[in-house]
Design a protein around this ligand. Structure first.
Ligand code: GLU
Length: 516
């Protein structure tokens, strides 16, 4: 076999499904790993499903994810001797193309499909069908009543003479072309993920290849294109597995070499149901909008159906590592569970590695939409942007290691931005009395007052407070932490005091003291 060539062949239905991103990613990784080509083909022959702007969305999502293809349709073109001028495409389907096997948009290849379908008719491997929808519907209903699988009854194949057919064609009667599926044959193929798969042709309907409007069906278009585009491996979602014997029959009818197939496992929700739009977000865009990092999404999607195996516990992979380690033989058959908690965990690992400045840049757009932040920023006054930025960055320093996504910044620690409503009981450590609690807060004030603004560092705060607390840490630190946060759970009092700075820290403790 020559150079490895794979393709991602989405139908432009409006958004990029996370499952489609996985298919694109596995194709990309497989191509890169094998020094092959990765092709983008737009399968837009089902006009009823076409959504405006969908092709552009696919293209931009692939680009965003870093899945660069070397053939297919592109939204932008780079020209000029210096390769610097970027020309935006007009709009789909006037996209730019790169590659020898175009057009890469199926609706621009209609003549080709017609030619190949007619060739099969001439060779007696396919036939015209003039049955009207009403007749087909009646036939289907009867089959259903008789509990038989819905199959075309070959009326046109068995009852029409060549003259009758030519007559109808001359009169421009609506006609489809159907594949004459041989009976009682076993179609067996080796799937790179699923192993040996077999189907009996008795269960396969005489597929429509060309519809009466001149558009091909998915089966014909996919096989003709995969052949003409010299595709060596077809990696696609498991839902296409039942289509594969139909495709194999077409390859046989044409006398073409077959590609190798690999059907990727289904994506399941946490309760093991097929992942669908009803259960929540399935579009890649939804996750981008929620503030997940590209690297984390790609990393997460890569693990939906694959892991390096052999005792490896690695779960964080850069794109280069994925290219190096990805192996189709290690893709599993069983459905892959789409667990958002895992995505959160992976995202958190990436955030941990980022600098506070980077996190700030990413988080600010989310923060600015939150009520608690808006109110706080307004109270601080419009002019003092620098102080606000410094304060938020301090909050981020504390939150960084516990942050799953940018949209969460401040969410679990609103007390940094808001006044606290004190609950006396929350200030009490275990069964301590009012007097003991009061004394703890007073001790905290005494210790903290002695630390100057210049010495107000995390290290100093921790050292001095621990020293004052001695053996019974909870007696001092719990009331202090509760006074600073008003929360059952929060970062440590040292961290909170460091962010709040001396003045605000002391003022919060004073407020809490008023309850005693
Ligand atoms: N157009 C199909 C889809 O949207 C492609 C299936 C295939 O890869 O053959 O999933």
């Amino acid at each position: 076999m020559g150079k490895t060539r794979v393709r991602f062949a989405p139908s432009p239905t409006g958004y990029l499904h996370v499952g489609s991103l996985r298919t694109a990613l596995y194709n990309y990784l497989f191509a890169k790993k094998n020094g092959g080509d990765f092709i983008l083909r737009i399968e837009d022959t089902d006009r009823s499903r076409y959504v405006e702007g969908a092709v552009e969305k696919v293209i931009s999502s692939l680009e965003w994810a870093g899945l660069f293809y070397n053939e297919g349709v592109y939204a932008t073109k780079i020209i000029g001797d210096d390769k610097k001028t970027v020309v935006q495409s007009i709009t789909y389907p006037n996209t730019f193309e790169v590659g020898e096997c175009g057009p890469y948009v199926q609706s621009e290849r209609l003549e080709l499909y017609k030619k190949y379908a007619e060739q099969l008719v001439k060779e007696g491997k396919a036939y015209y069908c003039f049955c009207e929808p009403e007749r087909l519907e009646e036939m289907r209903e009867k089959q259903q009543k008789d509990k038989k699988a819905p199959m075309y009854d070959r009326y046109c194949l068995q009852n029409m003479t060549e003259e009758q057919i030519n007559e109808k064609l001359k009169e421009n009667c609506p006609a489809t072309i159907r594949l004459k599926v041989p009976r009682s044959e076993e179609i067996v193929f080796e799937d790179m993920v699923r192993g040996k798969v077999s189907f009996n042709t008795n269960n396969i309907d005489d597929q429509i290849l060309l519809k009466s409007d001149g558009f091909p069906t998915y089966h014909l278009a996919s096989v003709v294109d995969d052949h003409l585009m010299k595709i060596t491996h077809v990696l696609r979602a498991e839902e296409w597995l039942p289509s594969t014997p139909k495709h194999i029959l077409l390859y046989k009818a044409f006398g073409w070499d077959m590609p190798i197939f690999a059907h990727l496992p289904q994506l399941l929700s946490v309760d093991k149901k097929k992942l669908s739009k009803r259960m929540g977000d399935v579009a890649v865009e939804d996750y981008i909008n929620k503030g997940y990092l590209k690297e984390a999404i790609v990393n997460f999607v890569a693990l939906l159906g694959w892991n390096p195996g052999e005792g490896s516990v690695q779960e964080i992979f850069s794109m280069d590592e994925l290219i190096e380690k990805f192996d189709l033989a290690k893709v599993h058959k069983a459905g892959a569970v789409f667990d958002i908690k895992k995505l959160d965990w992976i995202n958190a690992q990436y955030i941990k590695k980022m600098s506070v400045d980077e996190i700030y840049q990413n988080a600010l757009i989310y923060l600015k939409q939150k009520e608690f932040y808006k109110t706080w920023a307004q109270e601080k006054g419009a002019g003092d942007e620098k102080t606000k930025e410094e304060f938020v960055k301090k909050v981020l320093t504390i939150e960084k290691d516990r942050l799953a996504k940018f949209s969460e910044v401040g969410e679990n620690n609103k007390f940094f931005f808001q006044e606290i409503e004190y609950d006396k009981e929350l200030l009490r450590w275990k069964k301590n009395s009012d007097a003991e609690t009061k004394q703890a807060l007073e001790t905290a004030i005494k210790v903290l007052e002695k630390i100057s603004d210049a010495d107000w560092t995390l290290k100093n705060l921790e050292e001095k407070l621990l020293e004052a607390a001695g053996e019974k840490r909870g007696d001092l630190l719990w009331p202090l932490r509760a006074a600073l946060t008003g929360e059952q759970k929060s970062p440590s009092p040292f961290e909170v005091a460091w962010v709040l700075e001396k003045k605000e820290t002391l003022s919060r403790i004073e407020q809490a003291l008023k309850l005693f």
